[in-house]
Design a protein around this ligand. Structure first.
Ligand SMILES: Cc1cc2nc3c(=O)[nH]c(=O)nc-3n(C[C@H](O)[C@H](O)[C@H](O)COP(=O)(O)OP(=O)(O)OC[C@H]3O[C@@H](n4cnc5c(N)ncnc54)[C@H](O)[C@@H]3O)c2cc1C
Length: 271
């Protein structure tokens, strides 16, 4: 990897569950966070016990570029089938501890123009499983700060209600132009007590149920490649399932663009 990494300090940590946290990292030298685009990731590095080299992992930025004091990240402690190497060390960190970071990178950014240069004004449907929500927190906060008029729908799937990070933020943002549709796949398990919302995986919100899907009911119209663009982030299973639902409707992903370079679905895979 090029250039020396910078150091950063963990300045905030909110544990949503024992294995899910929102953390903030501030450049140790007091400099502002460098410019980046919503949807990019930062590479964190840690010297793990018994290892000579620094171990690096990518994490999507949940904070918008307007937030210059710190990077905010939404991180799951990988536990299955064996404890994750990096996240096991990260979840042991306390406020004030230091780590390495490299400047933001990545192409999972908002498409605001079509290949012919005309503005892309389609509704943006942001589909996430688990911590795949992180880039969409950045998108939503950035578009709000920029006064964007684009309609946004955030679809978030988590195992339990307690794992619906950023729920309060998104519930407060709901209005005619901002739709929030959370769903829980294990509604009967601890952490979901009292949950009365949608159940099932996030892709179930896209499957027609008595005519329209839950997404279409919330938007008030059918979704087509002409009126909607999709962004999907998370593990490959979610991405493949969502694409398999959208493809028969005529949606084309950035993995397989049309000849003119256009596409309607942009994806980011965590692994
Ligand atoms: C662009 C990008 C953005 C990302 N953004 C985020 C984010 O915002 N939030 C987030 O939480 N994650 C994000 N990730 C994932 C993150 O980079 C790490 O992959 C994740 O945190 C796990 O790292 P780890 O070192 O703890 O796990 P690893 O040690 O790398 O293990 C990964 C998985 O493999 C399993 N495993 C490890 N060894 C074995 C073995 N011998 N046999 C079988 N299974 C094994 C582990 O149980 C675990 O499930 C992102 C990834 C990418 C590429």
């Amino acid at each position: 990897m090029s250039a020396q990494p910078s150091t950063g300090r963990l300045v905030y940590r909110q544990d949503l569950t024992p294995d899910l946290a929102i953390i903030r990292i501030q450049p140790s030298d007091g400099s502002p966070v460098p410019d980046f685009r919503p949807g990019q990731f930062v590479t964190l590095g840690l010297k793990l016990e018994g290892e000579d080299k620094v171990t690096n992992r990518a994490y999507s930025l949940a904070s918008p570029p307007e937030e210059k004091r710190h990077f905010e990240l939404y991180i799951k402690w990988a536990q299955e089938p064996v404890p994750g190497k990096f996240t096991s060390a990260l979840f042991n960190m306390k406020q004030g501890d230091e780590l390495y970071w490299r400047k933001p990178a990545g192409a999972f950014t908002i498409e605001d123009k079509k290949p012919d240069g005309s503005p892309d004004e389609r509704d943006m449907v942001l589909v996430a499983s688990g911590t795949g929500l992180a880039p969409f927190v950045s998108y939503a906060m950035h578009l709000r700060a920029a006064g964007s008029k684009r309609k946004i729908a955030v679809l978030h799937g988590a195992r339990s209600a307690s794992e619906l990070g950023y729920r309060e933020l998104f519930e407060k943002m709901q209005n005619g132009n901002f739709v929030y549709l959370p769903t829980v796949s294990r509604p009967k398990e601890p952490g979901s007590e009292g949950w009365k919302g949608h159940t099932g995986r996030v892709e179930s919100l896209l499957i027609p149920n008595g005519g329209m899907s839950e997404l279409e009911k919330a938007l008030g119209h059918r979704v087509t490649p002409e009126n909607s663009s999709f962004y999907i982030c998370g593990y490959s299973g979610t991405i493949d399932s969502v694409i398999s639902i959208l493809q028969p409707l005529g949606f084309v992903s950035n993995r397989n663009k049309r000849k003119d370079g256009s596409f309607d679905v942009k994806v980011e895979t965590y692994g």
